[in-house]
Design a protein around this ligand. Sequence first.
Ligand code: IDP
Ligand code: MG
Length: 137
Amino acid sequence: MEQTLVLIKPDAVERGLVGKIINRFEEKGLKIVAMKMEHISREVAEAHYREHRGKPFYRELVDFITSGPLVAMVLQGPGAIETVRRIMGDTAGTTPGTIRGDWAEGVTRNLVHGSDSPASAAREIAIFFGQGEGITR
Ligand code: IDP
Ligand code: MG
């Protein structure tokens, strides 16, 4: 069993797409093992996106992810990391049939985050969820 961090970003909350996005993951059989809504601080955003520090889009990314509440969740299943990435679609939202491909407004407002490796998943889950918040580690 693998766990991964998913963020339903502020654009999705604003646009009322939270339920539809969760449905896509649940219908594929991924299990929600932790979930909360949170308006994150710049400190949390910078920790989460630390690998992108210094890139041209970094400031816009941090501004956007802190612009309103998001939904953070831990999804679990066999191969959960790869499955979530496939359901999300590529960063720019060019793949029809994926969450981003069907609904994203652009590369910044692209609705969802999913961890890209087991190491990232472990690191990111620990940023958003503490011990005793519903996750069995
Ligand atoms: P991912 O979300 O598909 O894993 P990453 O490369 O990890 O993509 O980038 C993190 C986030 O930064 C993306 O979801 C997107 O919102 C934003 N981003 C990535 N590349 C660009 C870019 O070239 N221009 C603007 N925003 C970008
Ligand atoms: Mg990424």
